[in-house]
Design a protein around this ligand. Structure first.
Ligand SMILES: [Zn+2]
Length: 500
C-alpha cells in the first residue's frame, strides 16, 4: 500500500472567507466523481478552512487516486465552480506539506532525491517527505509535471531489483563441444608476440598490423556473409553523444557511472588559455586543476551504445512504406566505457571497436529479420570461425532499467547475447548481441511510417575485441591451426613491426 498525506492552500483572486458553506457543500457532495476511480474512492478530505483569499485543505489518500492527482482535479473543479458562480479565480496553489508512505519489505538505498526533504525507512514504510520550504521545494508546477509519481516509480523500480542484479539469463542454444589445441590467455599471447601493446589510457590497446588485420578480417566476413547479402547500407554515426540523444534513447536514466564525459572549453579565445600554456611550458606539467576550471559542463559523452546517435537522422520523420525494412550499419569509430578498475585483457576494455547493425520496420519485419540474422551469425560461428559458442536470452538493457516487462506493446522485445568460451579460464565471454528494441527508439525519436503502422527496430553490435579474444583463445596465433574458410578470408599475415 501507498499512503499520501497532503496539505495545500488555494489562493483565490478575492476574499473567500464567507464562502465556507459553499466549499463545505462542494466537498460533501461535489467531489466524489473526481475522487473516484474504478468506483472506488481513494481520497478523503480530512479538514479545510478559509481565511481571507485562502482555502487550506488537508487530503489523505491511498494509491487508488493519489492525493497529488486529486489536488490537480480539485484545482480544475474549484476553478470552474468559483469562476462560474462567483467570478473568482484560482491564482495559485501552494503545497504546504506532502508525505508519502510506501509499504515495503526492504529498504532501498536512496539517500537524496530532487524535491525531497527526507527519505527514510522505519522497518515497515519508506517515508518520503517533500521539501515544501526551501528554494528547491516542490511546487504545484512539479505536481502537475507528475514529479511525485516519478519518485514513486523510481523507488518501486529500485525495490524491484532489490536482492542483487538478478537479471534474466536463459540458455537458447549451444554449439557442440570441441577439443582445444590452445589453452592460453589471448591477451598475454598477443602481447608476447607483439600483436598488441597497451595504450596510455586505462583499458586501451594499440593494435599492431597483425591484430588489426584480424579485426578487418572479422569485418570482411560480416560484410560478405551477412551485410551485403541482406542489403545493409553503410552509414557514419556520430561518436560524440550529447545529452539530448541519451534522453531520447533512454540511456540518460542510468548511463552515468560508465561514460566518458566530454567537456568543451568555456571559450576558444587564446588569451583565456594563456596561463595554462605558460604553466606547461615552464613546469612541463599539464595544470589539470586549472583546466578543470576553464572547461564547461559536460555536453554529453563519448559513443557508448553506438546506435542511439543514428536516430537523429530519422527524428520526427515519416518513412516511406516501400523502403521498409531499412537496414544500415556503422563501423566508423570507437565506443568507450569506463570499466571497473584493475587490469583486464582485450575482452574488457574502455575503448573498443564494434560493428553496429540497425534495422527498422514493422513488428513483423523486425522479428523476421532477427531470425535471418541469427541464421547468418550461426553460419559464421559454425562454418567459418568454427568456435565454441552459445546464445542466451537476457533482459534487454532498456527493460532492466525501466522494468517495462508489463507493457504489451513491448511484447516480443528482448536481447540475445552471444557468448564464446575462453578455454584458458573456462569462462564464457559475451562476444556480441542482438536486440529487438520494439518501439524503444522509434517512439523515443518520434519516427513514423507512411501508412501509420507502428514502427519497431532492432540492433546488433559485433564486438571485434570480443571476437578476437574468443577466436585467439580457442585457436592461438599460429595461422596453420586456424579453420580453412577463415584463412581464406584472412589471406596473408601482414608483417609486424619488429623492435630490438
Ligand atoms: Zn544498438
Amino acid at each position: 500500500m501507498i499512503y499520501f498525506d497532503l496539505k495545500a492552500s488555494f489562493i483565490f483572486t478575492k476574499d473567500v472567507s464567507d464562502l465556507y458553506d459553499v466549499f463545505d457543500n462542494f466537498f460533501k457532495n461535489g467531489v466524489d466523481k473526481i475522487f473516484l476511480k474504478n468506483s472506488e474512492i481513494g481520497v478523503s478530505i480530512e479538514d479545510f478552512n478559509t481565511n481571507g483569499n485562502k482555502l487550506k485543505i488537508h487530503l489523505k489518500s491511498n494509491q487508488v487516486v493519489r492525493a497529488n492527482e486529486a489536488l490537480i482535479r480539485l484545482k480544475k473543479e474549484l476553478s470552474n465552480l468559483m469562476g462560474f458562480e462567483f467570478k473568482i479565480g484560482v491564482r495559485e496553489v501552494l503545497i504546504d506539506f506532502f508525505n508519502i508512505k510506501i509499504e515495503v519489505d526492504n529498504n532501498v538505498n536512496i539517500k537524496t532525491l530532487p524535491y525531497v526533504k527526507s527519505i527514510d525507512y522505519d522497518g515497515e514504510y519508506i517515508n518520503v517527505t517533500f521539501d515544501t520550504e526551501s528554494e528547491q521545494k516542490l511546487t504545484f508546477s512539479e505536481v502537475e509535471k507528475r514529479i511525485p509519481d516519478r519518485i514513486i516509480s523510481l523507488i518501486k523500480s529500485k525495490l524491484a531489483d532489490y536482492g542483487g542484479k538478478s537479471e534474466h539469463w536463459e540458455l537458447l542454444w549451444e554449439s557442440e563441444d570441441k577439443e582445444f589445441e590452445f589453452n592460453e590467455d589471448p591477451t598475454e599471447t598477443m602481447l608476447n608476440e607483439g600483436w598488441i601493446k597497451r595504450g596510455y589510457n586505462r583499458g586501451q590497446w594499440i593494435y599492431g598490423t597483425e591484430a588489426t588485420h584480424l579485426f578487418r578480417t572479422f569485418e570482411k566476413i560480416v560484410l560478405k556473409e551477412l551485410l551485403e547479402p541482406l542489403g545493409y547500407r553503410e552509414m557514419i554515426f556520430p561518436k560524440l553523444v550529447p545529452w539530448e540523444v541519451w534522453m531520447k534513447s533512454g540511456h540518460a536514466q542510468g548511463v552515468y557511472p560508465e561514460i566518458y564525459y566530454v567537456c568543451p572549453p568555456k571559450t576558444r579565445d587564446p588569451e583565456y588559455w594563456e596561463d595554462v600554456k605558460n604553466i606547461y611550458n615552464i613546469t612541463k606539467e599539464v595544470p589539470v586543476d586549472l583546466i578543470k576550471e576553464k572547461i564547461d559542463v559536460p555536453i554529453g559523452g563519448m559513443c557508448y551504445a553506438q546506435c542511439p546517435s543514428f536516430w537523429g537522422f530519422l527524428q520526427g520523420e515519416t518513412l516511406a512504406s516501400d523502403q521498409l525494412p531499412i537496414k544500415v550499419y556503422d563501423h566508423s569509430g570507437t565506443s568507450h566505457r569506463y570499466e571497473s578498475g584493475g587490469i583486464h585483457g582485450i575482452e574488457r576494455v574502455d575503448e573498443f571497436h564494434r560493428l553496429e547493425l540497425v534495422w527498422i520496420g514493422t513488428k513483423e519485419d523486425i522479428l523476421e529479420h532477427a531470425e535471418i540474422l541469427k541464421d547468418k551469425y550461426k553460419h559464421i560461428f559454425e562454418d567459418i570461425l568454427k568456435i565454441k559458442w552459445r546464445t542466451a536470452w537476457v533482459t534487454p538493457w532498456f527493460m532492466a532499467q525501466e522494468g517495462k516487462f508489463g507493457l504489451s506493446e513491448m511484447e516480443g522485445a528482448g536481447t540475445v547475447d552471444y557468448e564464446a568460451l575462453t578455454p584458458y579460464n573456462n569462462k564464457w565471454i559475451e562476444i556480441q548481441n542482438l536486440s529487438i528494441n520494439a518501439t524503444k527508439y522509434t517512439k523515443g525519436f518520434n519516427v513514423k511510417s507512411q501508412n501509420n503502422k507502428v514502427l519497431w527496430s532492432g540492433c546488433s553490435g559485433v564486438g571485434l575485441e570480443r571476437w578476437a579474444a574468443a577466436f585467439i583463445s580457442q585457436y592461438g596465433l599460429n595461422i596453420e591451426n586456424w579453420p580453412k574458410k577463415f584463412r581464406r578470408y584472412f589471406k596473408e599475415m601482414p608483417k609486424g613491426i619488429k623492435t630490438l
